[in-house]
Ligand binder design. Structure first.
Ligand SMILES: *Cc1c(COP(=O)(O)O)cnc(C)c1O
Length: 231
């Protein structure tokens, strides 16, 4: 199916459940993003800072850009002027840098805390203890230019639907716990970013509010994304 047909298909599926679609456009050329844009898509997710900056410069300015990949502190400054949501906050140090760069740009940047839910060594994210420690810390309470609007997680890359379901259930449960304990009077804490092309249906069933979908919209990626660690 064409990109626009895929976008329309997702719009139909997601309208009823009020789940936001993040079109993951990493490795995709500007022309393909424009095609999705012309079909009405306005939120795009990238995992590379340089790639996101280049695309931001070449595409319509009403696009919302979401950073979904691991973010190094020294790269925050490049996206701070325009990024709409950072899904991948995995340390206090990173959050402090985002706060600093947001302040420089006179804005508040929305962030999700990436939580480690997968049964894999390779996935980034905060462990539960680290997460609680961060939210309780003195340093966190002083940050005025970041807004924590929810959590993000990536399930294990497995064929076991049962395992994926359990991991998403865990993240939902954690979200509810955090809401009660730390964000009770904060209506902006409301997002659970979970679900990709292969598992978004399970994610929605478990309470996802935003899904990050790449290949199911744009087709299989031909270019391998450059590893974040080699930037
Ligand atoms: C690439 C990527 C996605 C999208 O993956 P698809 O399988 O193509 O839908 C979602 N989330 C993150 C963090 C990614 O890096």
């Amino acid at each position: 199916m064409s990109i626009s047909a895929n976008i329309n298909d997702f719009k139909k599926q997601l309208g009823a459940v009020k789940v936001k679609l993040i079109a993951v456009s990493k490795t995709q050329p500007v022309e393909k993003i424009q095609e999705a844009y012309d079909a009405g898509q306005r939120i795009f997710g990238e995992n590379q800072v340089q790639e996101m900056v280049d695309k931001y410069e070449h595409l319509p300015k009403d696009i919302e850009w979401h950073l979904i990949g691991h973010l190094q502190t020294n790269k925050v400054k490049y996206i701070a002027p325009f990024v709409n949501l950072i899904h991948s906050v995995d340390s206090l140090k990173l959050l402090q840098e985002i706060n600093k760069q947001a302040l420089k740009n006179n804005r508040v940047i929305d962030c999700l805390l990436q939580v480690y839910i997968a049964d894999e060594e390779t996935k980034f994210g905060l462990g539960y203890d680290e997460l609680i420690e961060l939210l309780r810390s003195e340093e966190f309470s002083t940050l005025k230019n970041v807004s924590i609007v929810g959590v993000m997680g990536i399930a294990t890359n497995t064929n076991s639907q049962k395992q994926i379901k359990e991991e998403f259930y865990e993240l939902s449960t954690l979200f509810n716990g955090l809401k009660t304990a730390f964000f009770r009077n904060n209506p902006t804490f409301k997002e659970i970013s979970m679900g990709m092309s292969s598992d978004y249906l399970i994610a929605i069933e478990q309470g996802s509010t935003m899904i990050r979908v790449g290949s199911a919209i744009f087709g299989e990626r031909t270019k391998k994304p450059i590893s974040n660690n080699n930037l």
